[in-house]
Write a protein that binds this ligand. Sequence first.
Ligand code: AMP
Length: 122
Amino acid sequence: MIDIKNYNNNNVFAKILRKEIPSKKVYEDEYAFAFEDISPQAPVHILIIPKKPFCSFDDFLEKADDTFILGFIKSIKLINKCLNIKNGYRLITNVGLHGGQEVPHLHFHLLSGDFSKKLVSS
Ligand code: AMP
C-alpha cells in the first residue's frame, strides 16, 4: 500500500523530475512537468506533475501556497495549447487507496483523442 502522508523521495515521478530516469517530456514550466504515460489508455495520455513534492491532490491543497496552486492549475491550459488539443479532454487525479493511486507524487492524467471509455455507463 502506498503512503500518501509522508513524501517518498524515491518514487518514480521524483526520479523523473531529477532526471534519474527518462521520460518523454511534452511541457515544462516553473510549476509543472508533463510527460507521456508509459502505458497509455487513450491516443493522448499525458501525466502532469508539480515540480514540488506533494504526495497527492489532498496533500497539494493542504500544503501548496496559493501562487503555486494557481500556477500549476494554469499550466494545464498551456499544456493543452502545446498539445494542440481542440476537441476536449478528460482530467483525472487518483487519491489514495480507494482512488487507485499507484505513484505517491501528485499527478493529473490528461486523456484525449477518440476514445470512448465512459466513467459512468448509461
Ligand atoms: P496512478 O494509478 O493514478 O497512480 O497512475 C500512475 C501512472 O503512472 C500509470 O498510468 C502508469 O502507467 C504511469 N507510470 C508509471 N511509471 C511511469 C514512467 N516511468 N513513465 C511514465 N509513466 C509512468
